[in-house]
Design a protein around this ligand. Structure first.
Ligand code: IMP
Ligand code: MG
Length: 176
């Protein structure tokens, strides 16, 4: 049977909040070129919508890291599966994440990218689940929504690769 999805954040709420964050980013990076690093696949909708709202010099690059198996729990280990296509040395880098959960992914990724000597490196996340944090050393400059400890899908986020295409954020209410 199909899972039930309860809407947590509507499409309108997503758009309004991302526009707000985009305004802040434009101010903060005024006069600079901004290198967005989209973490595939979950961040792709957020990164694209955000990029469209940034009327400034923006470059887009993508990387795939893995910290999860097929389920809903982080394994703690982080591996680069697809690296960036472009150098980030001397660039202003903004990592675009879908959700920060345990913090394992970013607490490994940010130091790895810092070794490449960017001019600056910050994080923008669509969602934050602070109650689940295991790693405390993760600094996030832009957070769109803080959510409770529930497994969410939609707007890029998946449950076993399903539901990424939902235009809103929802909670899967598993059958059975
Ligand atoms: P962390 O390493 O535990 O912070 O997890 C980060 C990654 O886990 C995110 O980028 C997501 O891909 C995935 N993730 C964590 N929580 C959820 C969720 O509620 N729904 C879907 N994916 C999640
Ligand atoms: Mg992710």
């Amino acid at each position: 049977m199909a899972d039930k999805i309860r809407v947590l954040i509507t499409e309108e709420e997503l758009t309004a909040k991302i526009r707000e964050i985009a305004e802040q980013i434009k101010k903060d990076y005024e006069g600079h070129t901004l290198q967005l690093v989209c973490i595939l696949k979950g961040s792709v909708f957020f990164a694209c919508d955000l990029a469209k709202m940034l009327d400034m010099d923006v470059r887009l690059d993508f990387m795939t890291v893995s910290s999860y198996g097929g389920g809903t729990e982080s394994t703690g280990a982080v591996k680069i599966k697809k690296d960036l296509d472009h150098h980030i040395e001397g660039k202003h880098v903004l990592i675009v994440e879908d959700i920060i959960d345990s913090g394992n992914t970013l607490s490994a990724l940010v130091p790895m990218l810092k070794l490449r000597n960017p001019a600056s490196i910050e994080v923008a996340t669509l969602l934050d689940k602070p109650s689940r944090r295991v790693k405390r050393n993760v600094e996030v400059k832009y957070t769109c929504f803080t959510i409770p400890d529930e497994f969410v899908v939609g707007y890029g986020l998946d449950y076993d690769q399903k539901y990424r295409n939902l235009p809103y954020i929802g909670v899967v209410e598993l059958d059975g």
